[in-house]
Design a protein around this ligand. Structure first.
Ligand SMILES: [Fe+2]
Length: 272
């Protein structure tokens, strides 16, 4: 039977304290006999007790913290594996391009990092990017998988997917900080996006970053109805939409990231 951490620490502390009390006086009596020396040695013994029990408690608590941290990491890994499963399920359902979700999540985190964002924000961004279209789970197949163009009514239903994401994820505590991208990835810098028509900095930064990466990935991937755009053409489109669809600062940061990666083509080398 394994004792719980508080019980184990208490038992070890009691055993140590009991042994100390029963043995230390015998040691003092064996070492010295005159009353003055006994008083002095009792004081040293008292400080020794405090020091040793402090070290003992420190060690025991540290061991348990390490164990708890390992358990948390394993739990986080399970959460992330589950999220990747959800993302994959959605990719399969709407038949979006292979690995699109994983790829945009990776590039979104890289761009966010290049703009100075750090942990834990990057973890929330990664999760949000993986789940960006999770709200499409609430869109009927007849609209999501429709081969032809959508009519006005169907578009209205399709535009509900960020709201569905909000309803799905908001009650999940550990995903609340990751909600910005699923809820706001279709907002536009000039306020013409949806679902809330947010403008400029009112759109969360993570969603502004994601929007650039998502469109870039769509343009530089081949589709059944068109080939992949060359990197320069896609970049030209992003530039033309800076201040319209996109945050101009994010577009500039993205260009700088591409330049550092040795030219746009090294990012746009996928097609499926
Ligand atoms: Fe979307």
């Amino acid at each position: 039977m394994r004792l719980s951490a508080p019980v184990r620490i208490t038992v070890i502390y009691l055993i140590f304290g009991g042994l100390w009390i029963s043995l230390s006086d015998q040691v003092v009596a064996w070492l010295v006999v005159d009353p003055e020396s006994i008083t002095w040695l009792q004081t040293v013994k008292g400080w020794g007790y405090i020091l040793l029990t402090t070290l003992l408690l420190h060690q025991l608590v540290r061991q348990d913290f390490t164990r708890i941290e390992a358990a948390n990491q394993s739990l986080e890994a399970s959460y992330d594996a589950t999220l990747r499963g959800w993302a994959r399920a959605l990719d399969l359902r709407d038949r979006s391009t292979e690995q699109h979700t994983a790829r945009v999540a990776e590039l979104t985190v890289e761009l966010a990092q290049s703009m100075g964002l750090r942990e834990p924000a990057l973890t929330h961004i990664r999760r949000g990017a993986l789940l960006h279209d999770i709200g499409k789970m609430g869109i009927p197949d007849s609209i999501l998988l429709k081969p032809g163009p959508l009519d006005a009514e169907e578009w209205a239903i399709m535009r509900e997917h960020p709201g569905h994401a909000n309803e799905m994820l908001a009650p999940i505590d550990f995903l609340k900080p990751s909600l910005e991208i699923p809820y706001c990835h279709h907002e536009k810098w000039n306020g013409t996006g949806y679902p809330r028509g947010l403008e400029r900095e009112a759109i969360p930064l993570s969603a502004r970053i994601f929007a650039v990466v998502d469109v870039w990935d769509a343009l530089t991937s081949s589709r059944p109805y068109r080939g992949a755009w060359p990197a320069e053409r896609a970049l030209g489109y992003l530039r033309s939409q800076a201040g319209q669809h996109f945050d101009p600062g994010v577009v500039r940061a993205f260009e700088a990231l591409l330049a550092r990666r040795g030219g746009a083509t090294s990012v746009a080398n996928h097609s499926e």
